[in-house]
Design a protein around this ligand. Structure first.
Ligand code: SF4
Length: 547
């Protein structure tokens, strides 16, 4: 099959698999039949991937098979329209979390905090009425995807408490790696938790009275893991970035007001000037006297999340002084140099594959074809997929322009393959539309390991690259060839140094040791444990110890 392409010399560097003989079976739209056509290894592969009918991987929504974004943060100090600016800022950060949104505002010392939060997109949670109620010149806002704790209103942020230190609100992006230990300890001392999110632990630590030796810095020193935070007290707005700097956080200015945001794209939307990034390990305190920085954490090597560049961050954001779209385009170029393909068109999987595909196409001088059309207006869908429309979830977000691919040798470029189910469905789409060859190129290395720092990758045994060899993946996807960018090429594309990044989900080298048992439902497991104790009538009672 190698002789099928024009530039065989380059082509040999990529593993090539023969096209499945029975295209008719695929055009009948039966993925299972396609699977059945391949005997031997594919049966083993199917056993790894197979699921019950009601959660057939090819029918699962993108949301269930792609790593989800974590959270978006936005803060304002000293602007008469703080709530409205925060609303727009969260709008720009919607890609970082779509489950819930919230804003807390205040006018400063002596004034009550106002808050509104709910499940849904920013546009669904806030209207004119809600924003008018959010008085004040200071605000913090949050868009959430649950990386710890389930997706419910009780876990929607920002969290607010009224304690000996006055009112405090907090918004968190990241994942604490010592959450279970800290929560046990705090509960043992009498703390009462209202949510199952690890972020509430930070709030409890911050609320410790000085008489207990507590202050904000000592509280922050107790937490480990990934955390970019916005904390609003009655006097201050505080931005915190963990010493590894896993998640982004930037500082801007608008009309004399300070603005804080997860990404620079949020500053752009409100015409704020970008000042600088909050540095790893920095605690930036803004109050009526200006701003100052503290550095309470030990010095550790930085570990910025590489996947922010690959997938999560918006392409118009600037991270580490480099535009994200530029990095992705360069990743595509690196990929083209490493795994070229002799093809008629390069097709991106929108939106995240757009820039890598552009770089790939430019590098090899192959026409770039936007053959997949994305529906941007889906919002939340409440209907479950049904057999009536077999591949609803695949097509509702991306439909294919058949005329662009029929009879063509197609290179399809995506930013990553996690479980492989969505990628396989796209390949079936292309085959059904009459693509002569389908070559898959991926602009990051294979994901083989879990993330414990705030990105909700599935368990390693659900990651296709953890379970299969490259040959098996190629065959499972049904592609003529498959090529992943390597770690060196990916880092080179950023123009930054290798030792600035966390690459754990690619190479298994975790910058901070993690508890393998930790996952997003750790807090729920605690609740389940409590229920089990209750069932056995061993649950502690409020009257224990009373005579
Ligand atoms: S493990 Fe991967 S996704 Fe998680 S922080 Fe590190 S690079 Fe990012």
């Amino acid at each position: 099959m190698i002789g099928r392409t024009r530039s065989g010399a380059r082509w040999n560097r990529t593993k090539v698999f023969p096209v499945c003989d029975d295209l008719a079976a695929r055009s009948a739209g039966d993925v299972t039949k396609h699977r059945d056509l391949n005997t031997g290894p594919i049966q083993a592969i199917s056993s790894v991937i197979s699921r019950p009918t009601d959660t057939d991987p090819d029918h699962m929504p993108d949301r269930a098979v792609l790593p989800q974004h974590e959270c978006g943060l936005f803060g304002v100090f000293g602007h008469p329209n703080a709530a409205v600016l925060t609303y727009y800022g969260l709008f720009a950060l919607q890609h970082r979390g779509q489950e819930s949104a919230g804003i807390v505002t205040t006018t400063g010392p002596g004034h009550t905090f106002h808050q509104h939060k709910d499940m849904g997109l920013v546009s669904q949670v806030f209207g004119q009425e809600e924003l008018e109620r959010l008085n004040g010149t200071r605000a913090i806002g949050h868009t959430r995807y649950s990386t710890t704790g389930t997706s419910t209103i009780k876990n929607a942020q920002p969290f607010v408490v009224d304690c000996v230190r006055g009112q405090i609100a907090i918004a968190h992006n990241g994942n604490l790696t010592n959450a279970d230990v800290l929560r046990d300890e705090l509960e043992g001392k009498g703390s009462i938790f209202q949510t199952t999110a690890d972020s509430e632990i930070i709030l409890h630590l911050l609320a410790q009275p000085s008489s207990n030796g507590g202050n904000i810095l000592s509280g922050l020193r107790r937490i480990e893991g990934a955390f970019s935070l916005l904390i609003m007290s009655e006097r201050e707005l505080i931005a915190v970035r963990d010493p590894y700097g896993w998640r982004p956080l930037v500082l801007g200015k608008l009309d004399g007001a300070y603005i804080l945001a997860s990404e620079t794209c949020a500053l752009d939307l409100i015409h704020a000037e970008f000042i600088r990034e909050i540095e790893p390990g920095e605690v930036l305190i803004i109050d009526e006297n200006g701003m100052r920085s503290e550095r309470p954490f030990p010095d550790v090597p930085p570990a910025f999340c590489m996947f922010e560049y690959v997938y999560f961050a918006r392409p118009d954001s600037i991270i580490g002084g480099v535009n994200v779209a530029k990095v992705r385009t360069e990743m595509g170029r690196e990929l083209a140099r490493k795994f070229p393909a002799d093809a008629d068109i390069v097709v991106p999987v929108p939106d995240s594959g757009n820039y890598a595909a552009l770089g790939f196409a430019e590098e090899l001088n192959i026409p770039y074809a936007l053959a997949f059309v994305r529906n941007h207006y889906i919002g939340r869908t409440f209907l479950q997929p049904s057999q009536l429309i077999r591949d609803f979830d695949v097509r509702v977000k991306l439909n294919l322009i058949k005329e662009m691919v029929a009879g063509k040798r197609v290179v399809v470029v995506d930013d990553s393959i996690v479980r492989g189910t969505t990628a396989r469905a796209r390949v079936v789409n292309l085959r059904e539309a009459g693509a002569k060859e389908v070559h898959m190129r991926v602009s990051c290395p294979p994901h083989r390991f879990a993330c414990h720092y705030g990105i909700d990758f599935p368990d390693p045994d659900k990651l296709i690259a953890n379970q299969m060899s490259m040959d098996q993946i190629c065959q499972y996807l049904g592609v003529d060839s498959l090529g992943y960018l390597d770690v060196d090429g990916m880092v080179r594309a950023t123009g930054r140094k290798f030792n600035e990044f966390c690459l754990a989900c690619f190479n298994g080298k975790y910058p901070l040791p993690v508890d393998p048992a930790l996952d997003k439902f750790i807090m729920e497991r605690r609740e389940n444990r409590a229920k089990a104790l209750a069932a056995e009538e061993r649950q502690p009672t409020l009257f224990a110890g009373l005579k």
